[in-house]
Ligand binder design. Structure first.
Ligand code: SF4
Length: 64
């Protein structure tokens, strides 16, 4: 998935990148005031905070 197709979530403190056992990729949002799986790309978000370590996080092999 390209950075443009993900949008702000790619570099956000609140995102967790999840890869299913079938190889599908999901971006789960942990911020309480937003959808768990926001429609991508996210271009504007009031809860966005830049991740201090920068993008991207390594995938987690788990169910979304
Ligand atoms: S807070 Fe907004 S930008 Fe950050 S992961 Fe959630 S939906 Fe994406």
């Amino acid at each position: 998935m390209s950075a443009a197709s993900i949008g702000l979530c790619r570099s956000c403190l609140h995102v967790r990148r999840v890869v299913s056992v079938r190889g599908s990729e999901f971006f789960r949002c942990l911020a309480p005031q937003t959808p768990k799986y926001p429609p991508l790309p996210v271009l504007r978000c009031g809860a966005y905070e830049p991740a201090p370590d920068g993008p991207p996080k390594p995938p987690e092999a788990s169910r979304p």
